[in-house]
Ligand binder design. Structure first.
Ligand SMILES: [Mg+2]
Length: 126
């Protein structure tokens, strides 16, 4: 299956991160929509209808964890990968509802791997 069929929503308050993720994920063949806040993510969610959401934890306004909980209330089947610059969130109970957790790094290899894993889990035959 081609990655082209998958739409990924990137949610991050930092413009350079949104741009980088969009460039790199589009290079992988994904369709990418970006939101600058949790509020915006919720707003564009119905129209974007993403297969997966990659979301920053630390954002002004709604945090990534708060947004994750709202999204799961709307549709618990949308996979969400939480991202943070801080490794200590890995132990935080509030991230339990995410499908994966990735520490932000210069290379997006770990994120791309997590995306493939989550998508293959979601779409693997029962
Ligand atoms: Mg941030």
């Amino acid at each position: 299956m081609s990655n082209q069929q998958y739409t990924i929503m990137v949610v991050d308050d930092e413009e350079n991160i949104r741009w980088l993720y969009k460039e790199e994920l589009e290079d992988e063949g994904y369709i990418v929509a970006a939101a600058a806040s949790g509020e915006e993510a919720l707003q564009i969610l119905p129209a974007t209808n993403p297969d997966l959401i990659v979301m920053d934890i630390k954002m002004p306004g709604m945090s990534g964890v708060e947004t994750l909980i709202k999204i799961k209330e709307i549709d618990k089947n949308i996979p969400v990968i939480l991202c943070s610059a801080y490794g200590d969130y890995k132990q935080d109970f509030t991230t339990w509802a995410s499908d994966a957790y990735v520490v932000k790094a210069a290379s997006l290899d770990e994120l791309k791997k997590a995306i493939l894993e989550v998508l293959s889990k979601r779409y693997s035959p029962k």
